[in-house]
Ligand binder design. Sequence first.
Ligand code: SF4
Length: 443
Amino acid sequence: MAVTLTIDHRAAETAADASPERIVPVAAPVAAPVTGGTTEKPSLIGLSREAMGGLLREAGIPDRQVRMRVAQIWHWMYVRGATDFSQMTNVAKDLRADLDRAFTLARPEIVTEQVSTDGTRKWLMKFPPRGAGRPVEIETVYIPEEGRGTLCVSSQVGCTLTCSFCHTGTQKLVRNLTSEEILAQLLVARDRLGDYPDAKPDAEAMMPSEGRLVSNLVMMGMGEPLYNFDHVREALLIASDGDGLSLSKRRITLSTSGVVPMIPKAGEEMGVMLAISLHAVRDELRDELVPLNKKYPIRALLDACRAYPGLSNARRITFEYVMLKGVNDSPADARELVRLLKGIPAKINLIPFNPWPGSAYECSDWDVIERFADVVNHAATPRRSAPRAARHLRRLRPAEVGERADARQGTDGAGSGGQPAGSRHAGDGLGSRRLKARTSSCS
Ligand code: SF4
């Protein structure tokens, strides 16, 4: 069984992880009127075709035209990135005006936009209260890498779970985001990056050299997505719709802290990749780090993983494991991790913890993280595969480790108390870098 060990700084690496001097605030364009009330017209963003068709009917579009109009609008919204009905040139002018009177395609207000020198971008977006009493703000983070661009999206404002290593866990749940708001995070990112066929990407920006600028979507921002199932499902089905945004389901990852009863439903109804916020190999410790474990202990969680629809070596489950000094980082923990994951096609992401004010934990020392990774690889791989991983690790210069550790310090304070809100299971309060041990079966 092959094992590779790589440095992966995807969703956990956010603009907030970079030091303040490396972050450049960009003039943020203000979009939709989010002024403490609701927007005046209903948005067509984030609606299923059926729901959109229903609204068009109510607005007086004749029954026989509804299907065709839905297809046209869908294409303009999700393929061409239209933000206004006036852009829909294959729709009659009168009808465009009628649509404009009845509906909106406006984006949320962008409160701030920050760009790090490594190309990472962070947006603070404002949405209407929708019953929460005041407008709400959430962060969305874009991480460009060679060959891919990953967008980390939030599903809730705050969280009901209280994972002790997670800064979002200290904030009460304000409300669930709607499918419109979840999808709007993706649309805003594509707008700002110029990720549409007719758009001109920013020549100065650091982006993947080929392919789509937003190629991967991870539900790893604020909140537990399986506690907002219907809206998350709707948004992800639209994001993966082949006639629209067309993201491959293999490039969409939903991360959960372990809401066991919803895991099979997620596989059946969304069919996206799964990530588990694991972080501990014993129930006593996981009860403390991820209190939901008291309800759904490790064994039940891993049984649900083994039964995840579509699971195979090509569709592995990612297990997130934050490295906490003296808490969960011993060689025995590493061996137990491999034992627990036996029989599950898995990737293991080791995430250096990024302390936040008031957090009770420290990040494991780098040599401890390396040793943990070595133990995982040796335990999970035949001997002949181990040198490959070791070679890769040796290529890391100590200076690089130091640089990256520095880059994790500080933020200019956007969002949740100076920590990256767009990084919960993957890294609210977690570090900027991951070691990814990929095993074909962990057997
Ligand atoms: S890790 Fe996820 S589920 Fe746990 S408190 Fe943070 S946002 Fe909520």
